[in-house]
Design a protein around this ligand. Structure first.
Ligand SMILES: *Cc1c(COP(=O)(O)O)cnc(C)c1O
Length: 439
């Protein structure tokens, strides 16, 4: 038995090493992922990860928080500066938890929330109970969907107003309006709808999980200035952080949010990740503008290149994308599930994606009509225009030309050789996917 335990123990480390090596040889295009700097990784392995610091700095429930408090005060200050927000709660441990903090602070079970549907880009944490969506399942919210304009790939403003008028008549007036999503090509109409929504006393939240780094860089939209009451986000998609969450608000909402986060939604708030968030916010303040500009440039170039080699890229009438994402309808070749698997064999990592029209056509999440690509990670690795064109060519060879993906994977491997460091950070001695052995 003892021998078997050591075999398992060793196996875990060999799998971790293989994973690191694979990602160093791949083109990582998952839109919700990024690669953190060595500094963020250093904070994550610190002893902060073994401590508790329940409560707010200076009002902790535990002893031993002297340095933790100093870091958390700094972290909060940096988050507020980065987003020009009066209040930041850096404790939510993920984007989903950040949303739960907001649901609990501003709604009651049984209330209605207006949100984008999943094929229209919404996230499962905004979803209905019958789909096991967090809002319905965990907080008992009823969900109504915004009318969506599939041509423009965004929320339809006039139809949304109409829908709210009808919902009020039916006694189902939403208590909260959620903006933001997971398939998120163009800014949402916060400015156009916020006054209208507030006229009905709705709380307006903007879920910036995907676009947090673009907002920080001043390159997407500015939800707090456009009328959102609160912002929730993940800290690791276009932002530079470790996996984590963040809530931002104007001062008047401070008390509800603080209590909802602790004791409501967290006990340990993963203090090592809090420290790493502070590092990431400092990096975003320093390098975020350049990074966000390059991300958006790269996304546009990759979208144009994909369209150029024959793919049906969504959002064409608006120039394909204003974010880090690109959505491609692949039904001409097979479906999103099959394309995802073929590309993975070529070391090109993308994810399948429900796109407008899929549910009506009877397609499901396993075999949807699209794939979604994100350029946040490859941009952080220093890739630019010519690399985007090369990547579009590899994708074409696998999906359209149906070339052997194994052959493409060796081309991908040599293509990746000169992109092994994290850019847009203060220190990059350690390689982006270099494995750190501590034993
Ligand atoms: C990814 C995502 C989340 C969930 O974030 P986690 O940090 O993974 O919990 C929430 N909302 C949206 C819109 C997302 O895309």
């Amino acid at each position: 038995m003892a021998k078997q335990n050591k075999v398992s123990y060793n196996k875990i480390f060999s799998k971790l090493r293989e994973h690191h090596k694979w990602f160093g040889n791949a083109i990582p295009l998952i839109a919700s992922e990024n690669v953190p700097s060595p500094a963020v990784r250093e904070a994550i392995i610190s002893d902060f990860g073994n401590r508790y610091a329940e409560g707010w700095p200076g009002e902790r429930v535990y002893a031993g928080c002297t340095y933790i408090d100093d870091v958390e005060v700094e972290c909060t200050k940096l988050a507020r500066k980065l987003y020009r927000a009066k209040f930041a709660d850096v404790r939510p441990i993920s984007g989903v938890v950040a949303n739960l903090v907001i649901y609990s602070a501003f709604t009651n079970p049984g209330d209605v929330m207006l949100a984008p549907s999943i094929p229209a880009g919404g996230h499962i944490s905004h979803g209905k109970k019958e789909h096991f969506g967090t809002a319905g399942l965990v907080h008992g919210l009823e969900i109504e969907f915004y009318p969506f304009d599939a041509q423009e790939m965004t929320i339809d403003v006039d139809k949304s107003k109409q829908k709210i008028i009808e919902l009020e008549k039916a006694g189902r007036l939403p208590k909260m309006a959620m903006f933001g999503g997971s398939l998120f090509l163009f800014p949402h109409p916060v400015k156009e709808l916020a006054d209208f929504l507030k006229g009905y006393k709705m709380h307006v939240n903007y879920d910036a999980a995907h676009v947090a780094g673009l907002i920080a860089g001043g390159r997407f939209q500015d939800p707090l200035r456009e009328g959102a009451d609160t912002i929730t986000m993940s800290t690791h998609k276009t932002l530079f952080g470790p996996q984590g969450g963040l809530v931002l608000a104007s001062k008047e909402h401070e008390e509800e949010i603080k209590k909802s986060t602790f004791p409501g939604m967290t006990s340990s708030h993963h203090i090592h990740h809090m420290a790493a968030k502070a590092v990431a916010f400092a990096e975003a303040l320093e390098f975020g503008k350049d990074y966000a500009s390059q991300v958006i440039k790269n996304a546009k170039i990759l979208a144009e290149a994909l369209s150029g080699v024959g793919f049906k890229v969504l959002g064409e009438s608006r120039g394909f994308t204003e974010s880090h994402q690109i959505a491609v309808n692949v039904l001409e070749y097979s479906d999103g599930g099959i394309v995802e698997a073929e590309l993975e064999k070529a070391n090109i990592i993308v994810n399948r994606q429900l796109i407008p029209g899929d549910i009506k056509a009877g397609r499901n999440y396993f075999h949807p009509g699209g794939i979604r690509l994100g350029v946040s990670e490859i941009t952080r690795l220093g890739m630019k225009k010519s690399e985007m064109k090369e990547i579009a060519e590899y994708i074409k060879q696998v999906v359209i030309d149906k070339k052997d993906p194994k052959k493409i994977s060796s081309k991908v491997k040599s293509f990746r050789k000169s992109f092994q460091k994290v850019r847009y950070c203060f220190d990059n001695k350690l390689g982006a996917y270099e494995y750190v052995k501590l034993r």
